[in-house]
Ligand binder design. Structure first.
Ligand code: NOJ
Length: 539
């Protein structure tokens, strides 16, 4: 790990990696990834150059949404391990200079959480007000027109007490009522519990939806002709209303700020899932740095191959300030390689985008398997597990992005000695870590060289970004003495290299790494490179 600049937070000099725990590595053969499996695979991540892990939820859960339905925030799901396994993971990661973030899920609990069990017992229970309860509408239906991300109304009627409860996601995920100060106090204690244990911070789930508009008013209906046809991991019902009262509400940033004060006591990182694509909107949460430290920029996760839109997205940080985490894949959307055209084409484009984001402030984050150039796994409808798939008859599913990590070319993929919880996904030998380890032309080799370049050149992590080419096909920006370039077009372009000579520090293809360029060069179609000014040798 390169030395941290005294002026920049510790995460600025790292690269993040999302571990979707159920599918990463299974140590006990039950078909589910677990903490011990991850701990045993840390050398893969250290060798890649990762300095920060984000773990999907580890807590006890009925797994209606694969851990995003938490039944106990202070313990570990027995299928994933124990508190002692968390301690072992954190220590083993620390020994490799890797920090670990947990996934904090504050918008909703599981219906199996004891708070909800109490709340649904009777209307007078002190825990009743931990959740949003409303009487039925006059016709007996839901109290308002809000819809669930996974489909259907955002309300479920509870027979015992004769009221509806709110859930922006599955009925098994009741939304917490953050107007109740007791809820905020519970979460203060949850944050401190894990930070005291040595965790380095949290990725915060649905950080843009936790607070709802007072009175929970109806939301405008989107005319059918204006609804998106590409659902992008959400139900048609979700897209049928305009979310003006259930996201981006006043009070959210203050809540983030409350957590920020706790995190800062521990020099911990808060990385928000603020799923709002407009940089100006994101800026309201980030620019003054009184709320979360960083938020993901999701433009690239949503996009297909759109070379003409790339520069605008990559410049989002000019609006938000240097507080973005750059991702192009996650467990919630189709993998970038697939969205960009699949196969060798998709791999080439995903590596190009990875190169372009490698030097953008503050933090590039890879999704497990991205370093292998994986495309979506094949999952037959009858094997799907995603709550979104179960409610859409398999028409919408996040499972293809969640199939097991292919470590070796053998039954179980080296992921498990048992039966994996999701199908293996139709991986081939060339997809595996084992095959790519020894192949200098593999995506794994390229990602290692890319991250090593970022680690070795301080200029790629410090200082202002200055765009010098933003019109396709040539995209380019400078950071210090380094220049990141990409040809997003379909034919070669001339690379004007005014002034000094340059050395090629990293190239996805076409240019030779280590070569010295003077005056100009040609960059092949859909290739990217990182160059460094070679002043010393310039005549
Ligand atoms: C976002 C998570 O990334 C997703 O997997 C989950 O379904 C929802 N939040 C609900 O927690």
């Amino acid at each position: 790990m390169a030395a941290t600049s005294p002026h920049l937070p510790w995460w600025n000099d790292r690269v993040g990696y999302q571990v979707y725990l159920p599918s990463f590595a299974d140590a006990d053969g039950d078909g589910w990834g677990d903490l011990a499996g991850l701990t045993a695979r840390l050398d893969h991540l250290a060798g890649l150059g990762v300095g920060l892990l984000w773990l999907s939820p580890i807590h006890p859960s009925p797994m209606a949404d694969h851990g995003y339905d938490v039944a106990d925030y202070l313990d570990v799901h027995p299928r994933l391990g124990t508190l002692a396994d968390v301690d072992r993971l954190v220590a083993a990661a620390e020994a490799r200079d890797i920090k670990v973030l947990l996934d904090l899920v504050p918008n909703h609990t599981s219906i199996a959480h004891p708070w909800f069990a109490r709340a649904r017992r009777d209307r007078e229970d002190p825990y009743r007000d931990y959740y949003h309860w409303r009487d039925p509408a006059p016709d007996g239906g839901p109290p308002n027109n809000w819809t669930s991300v996974f489909g259907g109304p955002a309300w479920t009627f509870d027979e015992t007490t004769g009221q509806y409860y709110l859930h922006l996601f599955a009925p098994e995920q009741p939304d917490l009522n953050w107007d109740n100060p007791a809820v905020a106090e519970e979460f203060d204690a949850i944050l401190r519990f894990w930070l005291e244990r040595g965790l380095a911070g949290f990725r915060i789930d649905v950080a843009h939806r936790i607070i709802k508009a007072p009175g929970l008013p109806d939301q405008p209906v989107v005319p059918p002709e204006l609804r998106p046809t590409d659902h992008s991991g959400r139900s048609a019902d979700h897209h049928a209303i305009e979310h003006i009262h259930d996201e981006d509400q006043p009070g959210l940033k203050e809540l983030h700020g409350r957590w920020r004060r706790i995190a800062d006591d521990y020099d911990a990182l808060l990385l928000g899932e603020i799923y709002l694509l407009e940089p100006a909107t994101l800026a309201r949460y980030l620019a003054d740095q009184r709320g979360l430290h960083l938020a993901f920029f999701f433009g690239l996760v949503e996009a297909r191959w759109q070379p003409e839109a790339l520069a605008t997205m990559l410049r989002a940080g000019e609006v938000t300030g240097p507080h973005l985490a750059w991702v192009q894949s996650s467990h919630d959307r189709s993998r970038a390689v697939t969205r960009y055209g699949g196969g060798a084409t998709g791999r080439r484009r995903a590596l190009l985008v990875a190169t372009l984001t490698a030097a953008l402030p503050a933090l590039p984050v890879l999704y497990q398997g991205e370093e292998l150039g994986l495309d979506d796994g094949e999952v037959p409808v009858e094997a799907m597990q995603d709550p979104l798939a179960l409610r859409s008859g398999g028409a919408l599913s996040r499972d293809p992005a969640r199939t097991p990590m292919p470590w070796r070319d053998e039954p179980g993929l080296g992921f498990t000695s048992g039966q994996p919880w999701l199908p293996e996904g139709g991986r081939r030998r060339g997809d595996t870590v084992e095959a790519q380890e020894t192949d200098p032309a593999s995506p794994l080799a390229a990602h290692r060289r890319l991250l090593a370049t970022r680690a070795s050149l301080a200029d790629l992590r410090h200082g202002e970004v200055r765009w010098v080419g933003e019109a396709p096909p040539l995209l380019a920006y400078d950071r210090g003495q380094a220049r990141v370039v990409a040809n997003v077009g379909s034919s070669p372009v001339a690379l004007p290299l005014e002034g000094s000579a340059w050395r090629v520090a990293f190239a996805t293809g076409g240019l030779a790494e280590g070569a010295r360029l003077e005056g100009g060069a040609e960059l092949a179609s859909e290739q990217a490179a990182i160059l460094v000014r070679d002043e010393a040798q310039t005549p």
